[in-house]
Write a protein that binds this ligand. Sequence first.
Ligand SMILES: Cc1ncc(COP(=O)(O)O)c(C=O)c1O
Length: 375
Amino acid sequence: MSTTHDVMADAVVPLRIRLARPYADEAEVDAVRTVLQSGQLTNGPAVAEFERAFAEMHQVDHAIAMANGTVALAAMYLAEGIGPGDEVIVPSLTFISTATSVVHVGARPIFAEVDTETYNLDPADVARRLTPRTKAIVAVHYAGQSADMAELQAIADDAGVVLLEDAAEAHGATYQGRPVGGWGRSAMFSFTPTKNITTGEGAMVTTHDGDLAARFRLLRNHGQSSLYGHDSLGFNWRLSDIQAAIGRVQLDRLGGILATKTANDARIRPALAAIPGVTPPAVRPDRTHTYMLYTLQLEAGRDQVLAALRAEGIEARLYFPPAHRQQVFRADPVRLPVTEDLADRLISIPFHARLAPTELDEVVDAVGRAVAAVR
Ligand SMILES: Cc1ncc(COP(=O)(O)O)c(C=O)c1O
């Protein structure tokens, strides 16, 4: 027979404070209703308007909506002619599809180390991993802060390879005063529900290059250059007008979401920095951080801290288990000591823009207690 104590130990505490809670109110509902009632659910004006507004906000000449970030990355590699026999340098501390999308086009991802403070690609390590087969470097803007684009561009130029941006997490982030998305030859932004803005599923590819933009439009729509005229191999990688209508409303929310997050960072950073063994996110002076993730570096005891937060109903997670250690890449082993060490010590805590100040303070207090308990 269970004692009360056993029952308590077995009980799963419901998650009260979650990692993500997308905004959606009557504005999104109205936008979807308008599209549904228009009868044009795909290839329509809502997609065109979302693309126009996204390009304007990110100061790029072209934005092309896609079904999701993973196929958008594949489109970026295909548009550069990357395929079998080619190598693409990516960080391992990223969502798996930065790397699996390379495999999807038949090329090989080469994993590189990241900076120990920003978790963005380490340019010196990228330079070491170049080979004659390297075709591209993919700069992931980890957690919503730009990678070191000037250094990476210099390396890419020297080597004669292309620099691409995985800006999946970085809508509205700036580097040296200009938005990400316009630094590499092309860039991808994702709209899954954990991102600062969402369409449920969806993505945007951005570029200044008109030829590339045309190629993206062909790739996403069956290579169709005229009605039922298919001159090249394409896919169905379209975003629907229903999703685009949501995205357009969400785009108007982005500035407010980023301002709230900046204010919330200022609120909790001093208290977090005062906890021995906790390092809050590092922000480089020449860029803005959009805090799609709020990642803490712990000295030790990460898994106990995760469990302690979970026991208080606070959702937290490692973003991301390194890609190079995933089963899918076991056949191509590589050691990345810096990434592996970080993966044992990083934790991302709830930081969506709808958290109440009291909830933020509660998370900080819980982190403080959990870290103190493992020291
Ligand atoms: C860094 C990064 N790359 C790629 C992706 C893949 O995007 P999607 O989930 O839209 O396919 C994501 C997020 O999901 C991501 O965070």
